[in-house]
Write a new protein. Structure first.
Length: 274
């Protein structure tokens, strides 16, 4: 194999270090050794090494989270679920998608089966499609596919105010370059907001709150966005009108071309009946 950084290769090797961020934390704490030598983020793997986890505290919920999820696709390697609004994907809270996954998905029968883990994020108020890895190898490879931009995401949003028919936004988010493309599919007049637009969004990078920040920056915040919306034009009580609609990628194990969708919520359809 070609030399690969341990922080890339090692995602999903250990059941209790399923994500890239968890691996970096373990490396920082000097918990991982390669051939008995403490590993760092600069350690490369060439093949044939012995990789060991010295110690890792595992945190598991004392009780199971009973939170039914809609499963859109599932096989032995991965799953795709619908994330409702008002729940974190992961984190220290008990009520998270990550904690609900084991009760909603079938356990993989493969030898490297793992506790299922989300491999990307959606904001707390965002609805839509979420990709999950079910084995150590799939978690690692899916993380790499996201990093290499080989998984294509599409979102839909309802925005406020008149917009150009299509365009792109390039800016710095969290001091990192970010890029999004948009296309207005439909617009309707609104007495309160002037105009409401159904917008198709294609993020080319994956920064936190990127789409919300980008649309607000061009004067067209997402309907219901309390954090980035315009004062006096905040829609309360209806949630954020941002929906992760589809994922398109080649299945890393079966090599099948997957185009998975999560249909628009009813509240979108009430504004845009077509």
């Amino acid at each position: 194999m070609a030399p690969t950084r341990l922080q890339e290769y090692g995602v999903g090797i250990f059941n209790n270090i399923p994500t890239k961020s968890a691996l970096k934390k373990a490396l920082k704490k000097q918990l991982i050794t390669v051939d008995k030598t403490v590993a760092t983020t600069a350690t490369f793997i060439k093949g044939g090494e012995t990789i060991e986890l010295a110690f890792q505290e595992t945190k598991t919920p004392k009780k199971q989270l009973i939170f039914p999820l809609e499963v859109l696709f599932e096989d032995e390697y991965l799953a795709v679920i619908h994330k409702p609004a008002g729940i974190l994907v992961s984190g220290n809270s008990f009520k998270t998608i990550a904690n609900a996954l084991p009760q909603n998905l079938k356990k993989s029968t493969l030898t490297d089966a793992s506790i299922p883990q989300p491999v990307h994020r959606l904001d707390y108020p965002t609805t839509g499609i979420l990709l999950v890895g079910k084995t150590n190898s799939s978690i690692r490879i899916l993380n790499k596919l996201f990093e290499d931009k080989e998984i294509h995401k599409t979102y839909y949003a309802i925005t406020i105010g008149k917009m150009e028919t299509k365009g792109k936004v390039i800016s710095s988010v969290d001091s990192k370059k970010s890029k999004s493309k948009y296309k207005v599919l439909n617009s309707v007049p609104s007495e309160r907001f002037g105009s409401l637009n159904l917008v198709k969004l294609s993020p080319k990078t994956g920064r936190r709150h990127q789409l919300r920040i980008h649309l607000a920056s061009i004067g067209n915040p997402i309907l219901g966005d309390k954090e980035y919306g315009k004062e006096g034009l905040i829609l309360n009580g209806k949630g954020l009108y941002l929906h992760a609609y589809s994922l398109k990628f080649i299945h890393p194990f079966t090599k099948e071309k997957l185009y998975l969708k999560d249909g628009l919520p009813e509240r979108f359809k009430k504004i845009f009946e077509e």
